[in-house]
Write a new protein. Structure first.
Length: 102
């Protein structure tokens, strides 16, 4: 059973949750960049910040938005160049079981 990690915020501070949701909706809508590209950017940032669960969630969302394994891996090329090898270890942990599914 997958639960939203923000459920605790939604329950205890609906106003904060609504604010976070509005920001997410603004960030991940089609515009000059499509949603897939934005998800790949977010994946790179989460990998750079050590957020394994974020990488996992964003990789699944990116795949569902039409990203390919190759696009995810090229995203990690840039991530590694900018943020170093540690980001690749984070990404590898987050991608376990994700890329083999698609």
């Amino acid at each position: 059973m997958n639960t939203d990690p923000l459920d605790v915020i939604k329950k205890n501070d609906p106003e904060l949750f609504d604010s976070i949701s509005a920001t997410r909706n603004l960030a991940f809508r089609d515009g000059a960049l499509d949603v897939k590209s934005k998800l790949l950017i977010a994946l790179a940032i989460d990998a750079a910040h050590g957020a394994v669960n974020g990488v996992k969630s964003l990789a699944m969302q990116a795949l569902n938005s039409g990203a390919t394994k190759e696009e995810i891996m090229e995203t990690l090329h840039v991530t590694c160049f900018v943020s170093g090898a540690g980001s690749i270890y984070t990404a590898a942990a987050g991608l376990q079981g994700i890329l083999s599914q698609s």
